[in-house]
Design a protein around this ligand. Structure first.
Ligand code: ATP
Ligand code: MG
Length: 422
């Protein structure tokens, strides 16, 4: 029979890697709770129109990266979510979460984009996303950066550079757009096919190009910053001042426009020096217009997403990933008579908070102790028919290579004494 493999660009996460994911997820949860963010879980599949309306028609995602399909039962067009913000805002509006109140929400999960797979770029990948809804900033814009900076410190990530920019408001972007079109019209010969297609639909997206032949052109293009009026400039300046006072280093990157249409004012990316071309680990910004755009009332919003695979690659490069966790205790047993006794003892120990793995099946003393060492157990409890008959067990201290017979009723205190000091 022919074997069936996973879909290209969609990865299995096998046990040796999954340890790092679990460790990271625990750390994320503590970090998010310490800033008062609460978890939200939205469906992986949404109405295609949700993404078209929020991300924007003329963007990489909507033009070529979405996994969309027709629901064969009713003909609806559905899409595997390419990002998490649209679903969260949809849910916030649908369940009236923003009425006279603010929300601080986070999510984690799979995202899907039909991209060319390469290191750090997959068709199924994972994001941790954070959304703060209902607060105009720039105070929260500053806390958002502060909490990211804090996360990198908790993880020991020292190789990330913060890039920031302001995308102003709709009117300012409209003026900039006119200037951009004029500029690009004078250099049509340098524009690639994709850029020409975007020239009148969404010229800002041309600044986002990854085409090396167009970099000089976009570097010299009119900058949005020059079109910002007093309010937007004040928001940007205060944000920058706050970051400076918080001692968070940043680079102003006026070419940073972000790949989705819903952003305004503060935008940012954390760029790693170790990831090659796929170097953005975390990205986001303010997206005040989106709530109204999706049918809610005028509101405020800022958020960001961390690409978990890229974060893990970065941590691995720096040698910051934890090693496989060890179990505390291994229960070795001999003879079919000991089956239930051994299950009971293992469970009694577990109830005292220890991680216990027991032997199954017939194997030699040597091979059972080898298994115990492989699991990193500090103690092996050895149970044979003799121990069963006398209500005792043999306790073997794996590091010291010593052993002693212990009565069942003093086993837990024996383990406590040893493992608390280990
Ligand atoms: P890029 O410019 O690298 O394509 P993007 O602007 O499309 O990134 P966002 O939509 O801002 O990315 O997503 C936030 C983060 O999610 C990115 O900074 C990155 O870490 C991660 N990410 C995005 N697309 C992928 C992908 N295809 N595979 C793995 N991670 C991804
Ligand atoms: Mg992309």
């Amino acid at each position: 029979m022919q074997k069936i493999s996973a879909i290209k660009g969609m990865n299995d996460i096998l046990v040796n890697e999954a340890y790092a994911w679990l460790w990271l997820e625990d750390l994320f949860k503590q970090w998010l709770a310490s800033y008062g963010y609460e978890n939200i879980r939205t469906p992986i599949v949404e109405d295609t129109r949700l993404f078209v309306r929020s991300i924007g028609e003329v963007t990489d995602i909507v033009e070529k990266e979405m996994y969309s399909f027709t629901d064969s039962l009713n003909g609806d067009s559905l899409t595997l979510r390419p990002e998490g913000t649209a679903g969260v805002i949809r849910a916030a509006i649908q369940h009236n979460l923003l009425y006279n109140t603010s929300q601080k929400l986070w999510y984690i999960g799979q995202m899907f984009r039909h991209e060319r797979p390469q290191k750090g770029r997959y068709r199924q990948f994972h994001q941790l996303g954070v959304e703060a809804l209902g607060v105009p900033g720039p105070d929260i814009d500053s806390e958002i950066i502060l909490m990211q900076y804090d996360l990198w410190q908790r993880l020991g990530l020292t190789n990330l550079e913060l890039h920031i920019n302001s995308l102003g408001n709709k009117e300012e972007r409209a003026e900039h757009r006119t200037a951009l079109i004029n500029y690009f019209e004078q250099h049509l010969e340098i524009l690639d096919e994709e850029a020409r297609g975007r020239l009148y639909k969404n010229p800002l997206r041309i600044l986002d190009t990854k085409n090396p032949l167009m970099q000089d052109l976009v570097n010299a293009a009119p900058q949005l910053l020059e079109f910002l009026q007093a309010d937007s400039l004040a928001h940007y300046t205060q944000w920058k001042n706050n970051l400076t006072l918080l001692n968070i280093p940043f680079v102003e990157n006026h070419r940073l426009v972000r790949g989705l249409d819903y952003y305004n004012l503060s935008v940012f990316e954390w760029i790693s020096s170790d990831l090659g071309a796929q170097n953005t680990v975390c990205a986001g910004g303010r997206y005040d217009p989106l709530v109204k755009q999706l049918g809610g009332s005028e509101n405020y919003a800022i958020g960001f997403a961390i690409g978990i695979e890229r974060l893990l690659i970065s941590l691995q490069t720096l040698g910051k990933l934890p090693t496989k966790p060890k179990v505390d205790i291994f229960v070795a047993n001999f003879g079919t008579q000991t089956e239930v006794y051994s299950l009971q003892i293992a469970n009694m120990i577990r109830q005292n908070g220890y991680q216990v793995v027991q032997n199954f099946g017939d194997s030699s003393f040597k091979s059972q102790l080898k298994k115990a060492s492989g699991l990193g157990a500090l103690i092996s409890i050895i149970i044979g028919e003799n121990e069963l008959a006398t209500n005792q067990v043999m306790v073997k201290f794996m590091l010291e290579q010593t052993q002693e017979v212990v009565k069942l009723d003093s086993l837990v205190s024996k383990l406590n004494n040893y493992l608390k000091n280990a």
